[in-house]
Design a protein around this ligand. Structure first.
Ligand SMILES: [Zn+2]
Length: 432
């Protein structure tokens, strides 16, 4: 079911303290037109975009975003980490800015909505304030983070966590992150100038497509994100005994792949049967020596667990390990787990912020649902220095990182209107 357009009328308390009625909602047509215009930069044959960070397409898309920011009355600059920031001063001096935005870089063969909706939506909010001459008390800063898909590069720079090691990493564009940052107008030798400390930002809000099917399938307008799930990875090795596949009878085998198969099913069962939204995945499996006529003597497979709570992730892992112990014993194939150091801890959003976003949706007559984000976002970095929140809008059939990615104009505008209302509520002290 498609969500219908609605006339949105709500009260805005202007900076001067007076109350005035406004018909004040994001313009779905303008947003969609801009999404399509942005989609021209890096357009691919399948109808999506390949706008890798630091590529020519990214550079062209960034120029377009800067133009839109200027049209919305913002002062535009690029920080030393390569983030585009459009700022509008507030009426009260000494207040930290309210920041909102997302990213416009894409994965190879990506779609037109991941990140883009958050940047176009943030500009829409600035434009609405500009057109109506509404001055907030806090400054506002619209941000388009650089190289989100390459590892949250821009937001990591903003929180002071972009080290030399990361700068040397080769990005998908064929240049190092250091070279890329310089190419988009940043200065990798002076990253400290991009750093914001706790207290420097009053609040951070990111509008984003869900990239999953929960909202679309339930016909719900808005997702209020409870946090970005934590991720843990393991290498799992199963030890068997390689032997002749023709001469070894079935009851005299220590087949590592059969154990690995049983473990894979057990992992899926453990994660499915527990209440909650935890996920566990075996995404990679390799058998050695890897020949049709040899019983696999060793298997190396991956295990990934994600959840909003660190304790829950540990609990899932404990249950999986117990299953592994049972399978190893029954089949005489020892199983070993080695954790890989890519762990990113869960990043819960600000509890007050969730309340403000939910109230905004409710006041606008939109349905909403509290939910985790299974994908990483710039908001998880900003959550370490400021109260952070995320607003999700539906993704058709939950498809993302694909040219088939789609979010309707109405859904995008719903999200931007909730963002607008959230920003104004925060400006009026909703988080205090
Ligand atoms: Zn994204």
């Amino acid at each position: 079911m498609r969500v219908r357009a609605r006339l949105v009328v709500f009260f805005v308390i202007a900076a001067c303290g007076s109350v005035s009625a406004q018909d004040f909602s994001a313009d779905p047509e303008r947003m969609e037109e801009r999404i399509h215009a942005l989609g021209e930069f890096g357009k691919n044959a399948a109808g999506g975009v390949s706008r890798l960070a630091f590529s020519d397409a990214d550079l062209a898309g960034r120029e377009y975003i800067k133009e839109l920011m200027q049209q919305a009355g913002l002062q535009v600059r690029v920080d030393t980490a390569g983030n585009i920031i459009g700022r509008r001063e507030g009426s009260e001096s000494g207040l930290a800015p309210i920041m909102f935005g997302s990213h416009i870089d894409s994965v190879p063969g990506g779609g037109n909505y991941d990140g883009d909706v958050g940047v176009i939506g943030a500009i829409e909010v600035a434009q609405l304030l500009h057109e109506r001459g509404i001055v907030t008390k806090h400054p506002i800063e619209i941000v388009s983070f650089t190289d989100e898909e390459g590892g949250l590069t821009g937001s990591r720079g903003m929180i002071g966590k972009l080290g030399e090691g990361t700068l040397a990493v080769m990005s998908h564009s064929g240049m190092t992150i250091r070279e890329g940052i310089a190419r988009v107008g940043g200065d990798p030798d002076r990253l400290e100038l991009a750093v914001r400390k706790p207290g420097d930002i009053a609040a951070f809000i990111e509008l984003h497509i869900e990239q999953g099917a929960i909202l679309h399938e339930a016909g719900v307008n808005i997702g209020v994100v409870e946090g970005i799930v934590g991720i843990r990875w393991w290498d799992v090795s199963v030890a068997g005994f390689a032997n002749h596949a023709g001469t070894t009878p079935m009851d005299r085998r220590w087949d590592a792949l059969v154990s690995a198969a049983e473990l894979t099913l057990a992992i899926n069962r453990v994660a499915s049967e527990l209440p909650g939204r935890q996920v566990a995945t075996v995404g990679k499996i390799e058998a050695f020596p890897g020949a049709p006529n040899v019983i696999p003597g060793e298997v190396i497979m991956s295990l990934e667990i994600r959840d909003l709570e660190a304790e829950k992730m540990q609990h899932v892992f404990d249950l999986i390990q117990a299953e592994a112990g049972r399978i190893a014993g029954e089949r005489s194939t020892p199983i070993q787990f080695t954790e890989i150091d890519v762990a990113s801890p869960p990043a819960p959003t600000d509890v007050q912020m969730r309340r403000v976003i939910a109230a905004a949706a409710q006041d606008l007559g939109m349905s909403y649902e509290m939910m985790p984000s299974g994908a990483g976002h710039d908001a998880q970095d900003l959550a370490s220095i400021a109260p952070a929140g995320m607003i999700f809008v539906p993704s058709l059939d939950g498809i993302s990182h694909s040219p088939k990615e789609y979010t309707s104009a109405i859904d995008m505008a719903n999200g931007a209107t909730v963002l607008l209302k959230t920003v104004l509520a925060i400006d009026n002290g909703a988080l205090e």
